[in-house]
Design a protein around this ligand. Structure first.
Ligand code: NI
Length: 178
């Protein structure tokens, strides 16, 4: 299987909108497995297909400490949302960048699993934030889009700086990111 490369901000391909999966077949399962591999390899908590340049509504995540509880969300939909809280978020497409984002605190979502079976789940805490963050990716939205223009400019500069440093030192932060 070809290894996925995770796109990084400000790559314009991160702005593409994903289309619904029409049938959960072996090709979709291969995509899911490749995404999980890329997510775990990058020490990420979640990954959207958009981040590996595939425009399908597919998300993978694992919010467990032990990193042994993969979740698959195909064609996810938020069915209910309530509350509002600010938490610090990161993103595999913005290595080393963290900032505070306001999200619903409790959600109920529906999705298809790896076998194409529908399920619904209540989510709060990290899982709730992660589902909302990853669903944004499917719309071409990044967490920095929720911040002010000024903050985005600062982040853009930090990203450029980080990229320059990385290209010279080869170092990269490996902290959990969504
Ligand atoms: Ni992300």
């Amino acid at each position: 299987m070809t290894k996925f490369v995770i796109l990084e901000y400000p790559d314009p391909r991160l702005r593409k909108k994903a289309a619904p999966v029409t049938v959960v077949d072996d090709a979709v399962r291969q995509l899911v497995d490749g995404m999980l591999e890329a997510m775990y390899a990058s020490n990420g908590v979640g990954l959207a297909a958009t981040q590996v340049d595939v425009q399908q509504r597919v998300l993978v995540l694992d919010v467990s400490e032990a990193r042994n509880s993969p979740m698959v969300l195909i064609n996810p939909q938020i069915l209910a949302a309530s509350g509002r809280a600010i938490t610090e978020e990161g993103c595999l497409s913005l290595p080393g960048i963290y900032d505070k984002v306001s999200r619903a605190t409790q959600i109920r979502f529906g999705a298809l699993d790896r076998e194409g079976r529908g399920y619904e789940m209540d989510a709060e805490g990290l899982l709730g934030v992660c589902v909302q963050h990853e669903m944004d990716h499917l719309e071409g939205v990044l967490f920095v889009d929720h911040l002010s223009e000024l903050k985005r400019q600062l982040i853009r500069r930090r990203v450029d700086k980080e990229r320059r440093q990385r290209s010279t030192s080869g170092d990269r932060l490996s902290v959990p990111a969504l």
